[in-house]
Design a protein around this ligand. Sequence first.
Ligand SMILES: *[C@@H]1O[C@H](CO)[C@@H](O)[C@H](O)[C@H]1NC(C)=O
Ligand SMILES: *[C@@H]1O[C@H](CO)[C@@H](O)[C@H](O)[C@H]1NC(C)=O
Ligand SMILES: *[C@@H]1O[C@H](CO)[C@@H](O)[C@H](O)[C@H]1NC(C)=O
Ligand SMILES: *[C@@H]1O[C@H](CO)[C@@H](O)[C@H](O)[C@H]1NC(C)=O
Ligand SMILES: *[C@@H]1O[C@H](CO)[C@@H](O)[C@H](O)[C@H]1NC(C)=O
Ligand SMILES: *[C@@H]1O[C@H](CO)[C@@H](O)[C@H](O)[C@H]1NC(C)=O
Ligand SMILES: *[C@@H]1O[C@H](CO)[C@@H](O)[C@H](O)[C@H]1NC(C)=O
Ligand SMILES: *[C@@H]1O[C@H](CO)[C@@H](O)[C@H](O)[C@H]1NC(C)=O
Ligand SMILES: *[C@@H]1O[C@H](CO)[C@@H](O)[C@H](O)[C@H]1NC(C)=O
Ligand SMILES: *[C@@H]1O[C@H](CO)[C@@H](O)[C@H](O)[C@H]1NC(C)=O
Ligand SMILES: *[C@@H]1O[C@H](CO)[C@@H](O)[C@H](O)[C@H]1NC(C)=O
Ligand SMILES: *[C@@H]1O[C@H](CO)[C@@H](O)[C@H](O)[C@H]1NC(C)=O
Length: 561
Amino acid sequence: MRLHIVKCIICLASIKCISAAGPFFLQLNTTEHVIGNDLLNITIGPTYATKLFYKNKDLIVNAQGHYLSYRSFLNWTSARIYSQTDDSLDVVFEAPEGDFHWVIYHDLAGAYQYFVNKALPVLGEFRSLVRLDNTTFFNGNTTSKEGPLPTLAEIASGTKVQDETWQLPNGTYISEYDWADFIRDQEYYGVYGNEFGSWYIYPGKDEYNGDHLKQELLVHRKSRTGDVVLLNVLHRTYFMASSNDCFEVGKTWGPWLWYLNNGSTEDASNRAKQENQNWPYTLFNSSAYQSRGSVFGTLNIPDGRVAANAAVFLGDNNPNETTLDMGRFNYYTTYADSTGYFRFDNMRTGVYAIQAWSNGPPIGDLSATYLQNNIQVNRNESTDLSSQDFVTSARTVVRKIGDFDRKALGFRYGGAPREHALVEKCPANLTFVVGVSKVENRYSAQSSVGSWTVSFNLTASEVPKNSSAVLSVSLAGYSGGTSDVSVNERVVGMLGGSSILADPSLYRSATTAGEWHYFEFGVGDGTLQAGKNEATFKVMKSSRLGGFMWDALMLEWSGYP
Ligand SMILES: *[C@@H]1O[C@H](CO)[C@@H](O)[C@H](O)[C@H]1NC(C)=O
Ligand SMILES: *[C@@H]1O[C@H](CO)[C@@H](O)[C@H](O)[C@H]1NC(C)=O
Ligand SMILES: *[C@@H]1O[C@H](CO)[C@@H](O)[C@H](O)[C@H]1NC(C)=O
Ligand SMILES: *[C@@H]1O[C@H](CO)[C@@H](O)[C@H](O)[C@H]1NC(C)=O
Ligand SMILES: *[C@@H]1O[C@H](CO)[C@@H](O)[C@H](O)[C@H]1NC(C)=O
Ligand SMILES: *[C@@H]1O[C@H](CO)[C@@H](O)[C@H](O)[C@H]1NC(C)=O
Ligand SMILES: *[C@@H]1O[C@H](CO)[C@@H](O)[C@H](O)[C@H]1NC(C)=O
Ligand SMILES: *[C@@H]1O[C@H](CO)[C@@H](O)[C@H](O)[C@H]1NC(C)=O
Ligand SMILES: *[C@@H]1O[C@H](CO)[C@@H](O)[C@H](O)[C@H]1NC(C)=O
Ligand SMILES: *[C@@H]1O[C@H](CO)[C@@H](O)[C@H](O)[C@H]1NC(C)=O
Ligand SMILES: *[C@@H]1O[C@H](CO)[C@@H](O)[C@H](O)[C@H]1NC(C)=O
Ligand SMILES: *[C@@H]1O[C@H](CO)[C@@H](O)[C@H](O)[C@H]1NC(C)=O
């Protein structure tokens, strides 16, 4: 049975109806179906979709093909046409966990795809992906990395040092994690060769878990088979300490576009711009999806400044998880402008909490997080939060290293291209003299057992009568280990250990962030004195590529005035 849309075309003088091979759905037997159009077609089996024909060429050949998986593979128990319009077909493949839809247009090389949850278990990782022929596809392009994927031959020349990571004879590393990136920064990403490209374009990204700093693997070379892999990880775990979520029945991811082209990154970029303009998609008529509103406002700091460039996040109301950990519902991220003004458009209606924090200069000394619950977003309405103030301690800064932005930027290797074991280049022992040591000797992460000391002088007039202070430590990531924190040899606290969950950032090539942690340690009156002072971080316990990734350190007088 071959179902397709009959199109009428006008041929010269006569009007005749032909059945152009527009979008079609063909059942081969109970477990094999073909969907496609004039431009492409793909054969969908019980688990994998293979034989992806585009311009008469099979783009999968012996690779694994297209599938969805979590701890297990989704197996399709039935397939049918869900809906159709004049120029599109929505074909649904049903699995016990949920329904996967392919929306095929007559003139589009690719398909819009979406997944509707029925019974996904509590999970961290859930993904849609395609594993492609490696002679047709061999380059990757993401927002921050471009070029050939490592070949199996290169991988084979190395020694495996950890999961999907190899050390080559010349000492350098190849790691699949080098191809991870910040997911909300991707307008499009994909793999391509000389004649073909395969891309994911996911405007909106409402359903992705996490905040501005959620990172994930996007493309890679499968080391076991040599396949070139393009991933759309719908719910993600990489670089996070905790990510398991339980989903409502009906929770929908997408639609996003799986787009095929001639391998032009520029064309993929243009297509992404077009998709962004068309989002939210009218092709998806779910009333929950179409029901959207806006939120806007201005953020201020009580000292009179505006929260320029602040990171602003809309997520779970009355949150019981960090912004990175959240993942059950819908999430929106933006940044305030230079006047502290922010605006979210096309948000799904509902009740949210808004959170905001410094994203670095010009408010890099702001350690506080703004939180406001019960933000109601109504259909076709704009919620005006007008002018909102951060709640701050109003303490006086004594010294500060780095800017609060939940990122290791401003430290050596912070924000460097992703590279395995970069943290091993950070010394075990280090003294950093504020105002004297060069900024490049301020390393982004402390991993080995040893001591890092921050040394600074205070003048007598700088030290108040009550010299009690607060030492704030903001970590951009934490991959295990413990460290004693002391000021002038008096222990003021401890970092790490069982009090916080470790994330895999440092051993998975991350250089900017993992999970953010913030601590304040009290420094007793009389501890800080005129003359030389030292704050010391003494790593007592660590593991290879474990440790602490810095965001910022700040000392403030707390008894003042
Ligand atoms: C359906 O067709 C495919 C391809 O020809 C074949 O491998 C498969 O065994 C068939 N399945 C059934 C249930 O007949
Ligand atoms: C899929 O495309 C290939 C190559 O263009 C073609 O040979 C094949 O007949 C198409 N399959 C269907 C079911 O239309
Ligand atoms: C899907 O089928 C494969 C084998 O055919 C099986 O290993 C896998 O567990 C199935 N997935 C689920 C979720 O049951
Ligand atoms: C969406 O489209 C389908 C198929 O055309 C139709 O059955 C359904 O009622 C529509 N839903 C809404 C909310 O318009
Ligand atoms: C990816 O491709 C686009 C479009 O050609 C290009 O502008 C961008 O620089 C590429 N990405 C990187 C990290 O080079
Ligand atoms: C492509 O995959 C094949 C296995 O199918 C493998 O032998 C080959 O080395 C891979 N090519 C590259 C460039 O990795
Ligand atoms: C190390 O070897 C790899 C694989 O041959 C090569 O691509 C890379 O440029 C080399 N790096 C250095 C620093 O020699
Ligand atoms: C690929 O497609 C784009 C957009 O259609 C076109 O501008 C470009 O010339 C094509 N490139 C090649 C190599 O065919
Ligand atoms: C937060 O609350 C939700 C809903 O009760 C629950 O499912 C989730 O496990 C909680 N998260 C944590 C980290 O406790
Ligand atoms: C909301 O706006 C959209 C388009 O802007 C319109 O189609 C829809 O009818 C409006 N809905 C309501 C409830 O006003
Ligand atoms: C770090 O300093 C300690 C104490 O002085 C010393 O025992 C240790 O060997 C040093 N580590 C390295 C790698 O130099
Ligand atoms: C701090 O003061 C000591 C003397 O107490 C002096 O030797 C040192 O050079 C000063 N350091 C800086 C950075 O000013």
